[in-house]
Design a protein around this ligand. Structure first.
Ligand SMILES: [Zn+2]
Length: 108
């Protein structure tokens, strides 16, 4: 599997990242944090619960920076989820079960 250093996407083939279209890619390594889903702030708590129930390790990052949300005071609209490479396949299976075809929206 290939890995995008810029946005942490994992993908099977290509010379550039299908998500951010940069060419900063290499073979994925066990310690890499891999992007596997993006959710609204409302849905993210549901997703977090399911990941925890399944014993997955993951980190979340808001799509907009914390500084922006601090200034506007608005709820962050979107949360990206990352998991270490060894959990990536399991995470994708869980997301497929919850949100069939969701990942394809990002892989056009
Ligand atoms: Zn990328």
């Amino acid at each position: 599997m290939l890995y995008c250093v810029s946005c942490h996407a994992v993908f099977s083939t290509g010379t550039s990242c299908p998500l951010c279209h940069k060419r900063n890619i290499r073979q994925v390594q066990d310690s890499d944090l891999c992007f596997f889903t993006e959710q609204t702030s409302v849905m993210s708590s549901v997703v977090e619960d399911i990941l925890k129930q399944n014993g997955l390790r993951f980190v979340t990052r808001p799509v907009y920076g914390a500084a922006i949300s601090a200034v506007t005071g608005t709820v962050l609209e979107s949360i990206r989820f990352y998991t270490p490479a060894k959990y990536y396949a399991t995470a994708c299976e869980l997301m497929d079960t919850m949100f069939p075809n969701a990942l394809e929206e990002y892989m056009d």
